[in-house]
Structures are given as C-alpha cells and as structure tokens.
Design a protein. Structure first.
Length: 166
C-alpha cells in the first residue's frame, strides 16, 4: 500500500495569518502617520489665513486638557483681539487686555507651532498632532495633541466661527 502524501495546506493557513497580522499593524500605522500634522502644513494654512482670513470675526472654542474643559469666546476686530470671555476673564476682572494676545486664530496657530517645535526636539517624547482646517480661509476646526508616554492630551475644538462686519 502506497503512503498517502502529506498535506501541506496548513502552511498556507499560517502564511495567510501572518500576512493579515502584518497588514493589521501596518495599515493603521500608515493611516495615522498620514494624519500627522507637519510644520509645512501648518505654514501653508497660516499663509492661507494671512491671505484670506477675515479681519473681523467671533471665535468660540473649547480647550480640553487634563479632563478639564474651558470655553472661550473671542471677538476680533481689524485683526486685533478686542474681547475675550472665558475662565480667565471673570465679569469684574474682564479687562485684561495684556492677555488678549493669547487668544484668537493667530494665537491658536502660535500654540500649535509651539507644540510642533517642542515635539521636534531630539529628546522629546513622541507626540501625535492632528488638525483640521477650513479649506477656504485656513481657520482651525479641530486640533488634537497626544503624548502617550505622559498620558497628555490637548484638544481644541472650534464650536463657532462667525465672520462679522466692522
């Protein structure tokens, strides 16, 4: 009686399994890397804002950090922040004009740029920066910075961006 040849179909099962495992790791990694905000992208959007951004607007955004949400409403006239309502500006002490420069679209771009610069330093922990911008004028829609090593996460979400008349 002739010996029955051994089936090697099981080898293909493990080859396919290894391929699918590698794909399961590679695809999300590549997808996340493509979402990563670069300095070049930020510079491009900042230039678009400088060219097409309105000089007068009201900006309402929420900044989440350390499980704390802070809502800011910023009024900008002729490119200059004129009023800010938020946790740092209580009713009786709202005229802190020296702090106004830290609010508005340019200030948000500066914050993001500072984060990118900090993350680019040689010994900085690896951070994930993702942002969505308006394609017409470049204003920020959403920004997330996450550093898994430190469990640090910052999210800025624009709730309202309203162009106003002078």
């Amino acid at each position: 009686m002739a010996a029955r040849p051994r089936s090697r179909a099981w080898i293909w099962f493990f080859v396919v399994l290894a391929f699918l495992g590698a794909a399961a790791i590679t695809i999300p990694t590549v997808y996340n890397m493509r979402q990563q905000l670069t300095r070049e992208e930020l510079d491009r959007v900042r230039a678009l804002w400088k060219e097409k951004g309105p000089p007068n607007y009201v900006l309402e955004y929420v900044k989440e950090r350390d499980n704390k949400k802070e809502t800011y409403i910023v009024t900008v006239r002729n490119g200059k922040t004129m009023d800010v309502a938020g946790p740092m500006f209580v009713a009786e002490d709202r005229k802190k004009e020296d702090l106004y420069r830290y609010y508005g679209m340019i200030a948000l771009f500066n914050d993001i740029e500072g984060n990118l610069d900090r993350d680019a330093k040689p010994n900085a922990p690896r951070a994930f920066n993702r942002a969505t911008f308006n394609p017409d004028d470049g204003h920020l829609i959403d920004y997330v910075r996450s550093v898994s090593k430190d469990k640090e996460r910052v999210q800025i979400t624009v709730k309202r961006f309203e162009v106003t008349s002078p």
